[in-house]
Structure formats: C-alpha cells, structure tokens
Design a protein around this ligand. Structure first.
Ligand code: ADP
Ligand code: MG
Length: 625
C-alpha cells in the first residue's frame, strides 16, 4: 500500500489555484503536457549524441494523445526518457522547478490568472481539467516502473507498477461537467486536434491521435462505417526553421493567412535566422493595409513568441517599438524558457537582444525597399508613414537616426514624394535651409503666398499635410546639417534676393504703427514683406509655434490656447499698399476698415477662422457702397 505524501507548501497553493481556477484558457494544459513530453524525448536525443550505446531512431519517438470517452480519461503517452521514483518525487512534488512561482511575491499569487494566462505553469495545469492525475513512468536504464497519483492538493502517492517500454503515460480523469461548465470538450477528438494544432503544431516529434472517419464499407456501395485511423496532427517542421531557399513567396503568404495576421497580402516578408549571442528565428510581415482597428484602443502591437517551437505568448509587445507596431509575425527562440512570467519576460536580457536585433532588421528592410522598390515603399508609406513620423517625434527624438531616412514628403518641384536625402542632394550651393510649408492639402499649400519667394528662387519646398509633420521635424531640427525652415518664418535666409525693406519700413513706420494699434492683441507686428511677389498680404510667425501648430493645439481636448506670434506682412509693390498710404493721410476710419479686411484675408488664406464673420461681411459691404 502506497503512503500518501504531502506536497511542498508552495506547490500545494498553486495546485489549489489550478483546481479551483475558472480560467477560460484551460486548454493550455495540453500544451504544457505535450511540451513536457517533447522535452523528455529531447533528453534521449541529446543523450544519444554522446552515448554510443544509445541510438536515436527517429521513428520510434512520438507522443500520442488518447481520449477515452467511456471512462472519461485522456491519456498522453510519450516515448521520452521517463522518470525514476526519485524524479517523480522531486519533479512532480515540487513546483519550484518550473520557476513561475519563485518570481512571484506572496500576495501576488492569490488570484493567479496572470500566471496561468500567457505562461504555462507546467505539469500542474493538468488539474485545471482533471480531478485525478496518474503518471506511469519508466526511466531509461531502469527495470522498474513507477506510478505517481494525485487527486489534488492533499497529496500524492508513488508505487511500483508494470510498464514494458521506457517513457511516460499520463492519465487524466477529466472533471465532471458542472452547471456552468462543460469539460466534455477535452475528450473530443476534433477539439483536441484543434488545441494541438493551435499550440503545438511545430513540436519536432509526431503527435499522434486516432481520428474517427467514416469510410465506405468494403463490398458495399453506399454503406458507411466509422473507422479509427491514426493521424499525425502536427506539421512538425515550422516554416521559420526551413531554409529560405526552400520557400516561395506563396509559402510566406499562406503562412500570413493561416496565422490570420491580416486579411490583405503582406507587402513584404522578413525571414530572420540568427545564430549568435542570441539564437532565434523569426518571420515578420509588413502588411499592405492599415488594420481596421489600428487606430483604436483595442489595437495591440506585438509578435507571437515561441520557445523552441512552443507558443508561449500571443502578442509580445516588448518585441516591437511603437513606431513599428504595424509589423506582424512571430519569433521562436531556444534561449527563452517556457515557464516564464510576463513580468520576468520584460526584463529578460535575451528578449531585449532579440527586440533590438529585430528593430535593426526591420529598419534595414524598409531602407532596402525604399531603394529597390519605390512603388511598394510608397504604398507602405501611405499606410504607415504617419507611424514613423510619430516615432521621430516621441521619446524625445531618440529614434531619429533610425527613422529619418525612411521619411517621405511631397515635393513642390518633383510633384511626388521625396526623401530628405534626395532633397538635400539636390540643393543648390547657395541654398541654406530645407524649406517646408504646412497646410491642409497639397493644393492649398501650392497657393500659399508665403511660398512665393522661395519658389521663385527655384528652391524645392516640402509640403507638410500631416498634423504630425511639423512636430516631427522640430525634433529632427536638422538633416545632414541642414536646418529646416518654414516658408512662413520671419527670416528665410535668402539675402541676396530679399528686398531691403528697412528704408521702406522706416519711411512708413507711422502707418504701420497705426495698423498695429488697430490689430492690437491679434498680431505682434505689421511690416513690409520680403517674401511676397504678387499677393497683397500674408501672415508670418516669430518664435516656436507656427500657425499650423496653433491649429492643431487648438483642436486638442485640453488646449491651453497657445497662439503663434503672428506678423502681418504687406506687399509694398502691390496697389493695395497705395490705398493704405492714401487712407492713412486722408481718412483714418477707412484705414481701419482696410486693415481689418486685410488681416481677415490673411487669416482666411491660412485656413484660420475669422473671429467675427458678421463684421467681416459688413466691412466688405461698407467698401462696396
Ligand atoms: P518544466 O517543464 O518547466 O520543468 P513542469 O511542471 O512542466 O515544469 O514539469 C516538471 C518536471 O517534470 C519537468 O522538468 C520534467 O523533469 C518532469 N516531467 C514532466 N513531464 C514529463 C514527461 N512526460 N517525461 C519526463 N519527465 C517529465
Ligand atoms: Mg513543462
């Protein structure tokens, strides 16, 4: 008669948690047991590498899953290395082996959902679906087999039994259905097959199961009978372990679809095999379209994470920087432990190395795409370019070196998207700055009076139509030592061609002072324009905040009414200027009218709202009559 043994305290607590768990992902118990079986076969495999008396005949190693509805048991048979009496005792009697708990503080274990969540808790997860677990095992090189049995937290027994072959058999007595929950599914062939496919498809050894199919009865034409046929459920060789040369673009596309990474076709796949300080394989995809939930709260970035072929996490966010959140795919590494908690994973050195490595690969691939397939790159950029710009802007610009060469902007000269490198390499020698203009659309920017001088000079202007553009460029500050300059900024740095306006400004200072008075609180100054050629007026800005930024900041929910410092610029070559001068001498009331009209016009051109539209229309009428 076997004597009942107590579980170690920690194990007992975890076990109780498992038994009482109402966890929705109970199905992972199968993943845990199968990977234990696979580990056990691995151990023979590695032993055989160094032990000449052992041969590893691939065909005789397998895992078999046997559901028996009649007696409500689920069996897992493996031909692995097995466990001795002592090993049954230490491996299954103490949870600390798996480590998950060792990392957790006392009070954190109470609930435990997050331990069970993404990570295995190993062998004990069997108690989520079974109220009795029996392990019959014969260790390699031993004559006697042993049986370990437990019905839960109160303890386990170990006693000798008969077993012919080396390996382990685990028998789960599946729980009875309760009012709220059914456990029958863990006896159902198709359900089990689905779970195996989902979590263990890439286990190196065959996972077999007898599947019932209906077949034509021999000697009959339309009579069918149910027959059980042994099938191998898992595909065993994961695509990411295959040689790139063996794989076609279709293989990758199929994988993309099979995995439901997206409903589109990927623009590009990246297959990585690294065998260095950190070892991993990865297949990554850059989708073609923006996922429908990309800009919602529900969207979660991340890659699937496998440890040696076993899925341990659906979305490992730590593997991707936010600016590459659109990347889909998976990573498999031998260097990660299967039973590792989410918190620990975050600080895992290997994982950090992998993440860094992946980031570099993605950057390189995008750079290659830009260089070698412009059309595809632009397609990508139209979908996800904004994300890259956010990347430049966030984290205080720390990612700018990675990202600045991936940016594209519409060019006034090329009439298409250009990179900063292309812009700078085309710059004439006398051009000091990289010029840009912000506005709602390319069409509107094209007509902006502020662009006149720069465009006239023959310089290229980048059009910023995304809200984030100007903010991102402020983070960059320079590209290849060239400063960025808004066409609306005070000093454009085009001296030779700039009108010397000082004399004119002085001559009419009284006029300008008067106008400034009229527009008190609205503009900082009124001046003769250096940049206008044909338009009568425009607004320029001084200081950090541009007009586009003011608009964006205004639209934000907690806006702090940040204003750009605006300057009303007057084209002194324009006939309007003559009218202003006349009015100043003859009719101050008229001058006020003109001043307000011009200011409001300038606002309209900028796409800014007019403070008092009724007054504006009245002013126009006044002028007409
Ligand atoms: P882990 O797999 O992380 O070590 P588990 O709780 O899953 O933790 O398993 C505990 C230990 O029990 C394993 O390390 C292994 O030594 C032993 N074990 C479990 N299942 C088997 C098996 N099928 N064959 C041989 N040993 C096993
Ligand atoms: Mg395990």
């Amino acid at each position: 008669m076997a004597i009942k043994q107590e579980f170690k305290a920690e194990s007992k607590r975890l076990l109780e948690m498992m038994i009482n768990s109402i966890y929705s992902q109970r199905e992972i118990f199968l993943r845990e047991l199968i990977s234990n079986a696979s580990d056990a076969i691995d151990k023979i495999y590695y032993r055989a590498l160094t032990d000449d008396s052992l041969t590893f005949d691939k065909d005789s190693y397998f895992i078999k899953v046997v559901p028996e509805k009649e007696n409500r048991t689920l069996k897992l048979i493996d031909t692995g290395i097995g466990m001795t009496q002592e090993e049954l005792e230490t491996n299954l009697g103490v949870i600390a082996k798996s480590g998950s708990l060792a990392f957790k503080k006392e009070n954190e274990i109470k609930d435990g959902h997050d331990i069970i969540g993404q990570f295995g808790v190993g062998f004990y997860s069997a108690f989520m679906v079974a109220d009795q677990v029996t392990v019959i095992s014969k260790a390699l090189g031993q004559d006697q087999a042993y049986k370990w049995e437990s019905q839960g937290a109160d303890g386990y027994t170990i006693e000798p039994v008969e077993k012919d072959s080396v390996g382990t058999e685990i028998i789960l007595k599946i729980k009875e259905n309760t009012e709220d929950e059914s456990f029958d599914e863990y006896l159902d062939e198709y359900r089990l097959k689905g779970i195996i496919k989902k979590y263990s498809d890439f286990i190196r050894y065959p996972i077999k199961m007898d599947i019932t199919t209906s077949k034509l009865k021999e000697g009959t034409e339309n009579e069918f009978e149910s027959v059980k046929e042994e099938q191998v459920i898992n595909s065993m060789v994961p695509i990411w372990r295959k040689n790139k040369s063996e794989l076609t673009p279709e293989d990758y596309e199929n994988f993309y679809m099979e995995k439901h990474y997206g409903f589109d076709k990927p623009i590009k796949h990246i297959h990585i095999s690294v065998d260095g300080a950190v070892r991993y394989n990865a297949i990554l995809f850059i989708p073609e379209n923006i996922p429908f939930d990309y800009y919602t709260k529900e969207f979660e970035k991340g890659l699937e994470l496998y440890s040696n072929g076993v899925l341990i996490m659906n979305k490992c966010g730590d593997l991707l920087p936010d600016y590459y959140s659109f990347v889909k795919g998976m990573v498999d590494s031998e260097d990660l432990s299967l039973n590792i908690s989410r918190e620990i994973l975050q600080h895992d050195k290997q994982l950090k190395l992998i993440a860094k490595n992946i980031k570099t690969k993605i950057t390189n691939e995008l750079q290659n795409l830009l260089k070698n397939d412009r059309e595809k790159y632009e397609q990508f950029f139209n979908s996800f370019g904004r994300q890259l710009k956010y990347g430049v802007y966030s984290d205080y610009g720390t990612n700018k070196d990675t990202l600045q060469d991936l940016l594209l902007f519409y060019s006034s000269k090329e009439k298409k998207l250009v990179s900063l490198d292309e812009y700078v390499s085309r710059m004439p020698e006398d051009q000091k700055y990289i010029y840009y203009a912000s506005g709602e659309t390319n069409e509107r920017i094209e007509k902006m009076p502020q662009t006149e001088l720069v465009a006239d000079k023959g310089y290229e202007i980048l059009y910023f139509t995304d809200e984030i553009d100007e903010f991102a460029i402020r983070m960059l500050m320079t590209y290849k030592e060239k400063e960025f300059k808004s066409v609306s900024s005070g000093d454009l740095g085009i001296e030779a061609d700039e009108k010397n306006t000082d004399a004119e400004q002085k001559e009419h200072q009284e006029l300008f002072d008067h106008m400034k008075q009229t527009l008190a609180g609205k503009v900082k100054d009124v001046r003769v324009s250096k940049r206008l050629k044909s338009h009568p007026v425009c607004l320029s800005t001084e200081g950090e905040v541009s007009i586009e930024m003011e608009k964006i900041l205004k639209a934000m929910p907690n806006n702090q009414n940040i204003q750009a410092d605006k300057v009303l610029e007057i084209n002194s070559n324009h006939d309007v200027f003559k009218s202003l001068k006349n009015a100043f001498e003859q009719d101050k009331e008229k001058l006020d009218l003109y001043t307000n009209l011009l200011y409001n016009q300038a606002l309209l051109i900028e796409g800014l709202p007019i403070q008092d539209p009724v007054e504006f229309t009245n002013d126009i009428c006044k002028m007409m009559v």
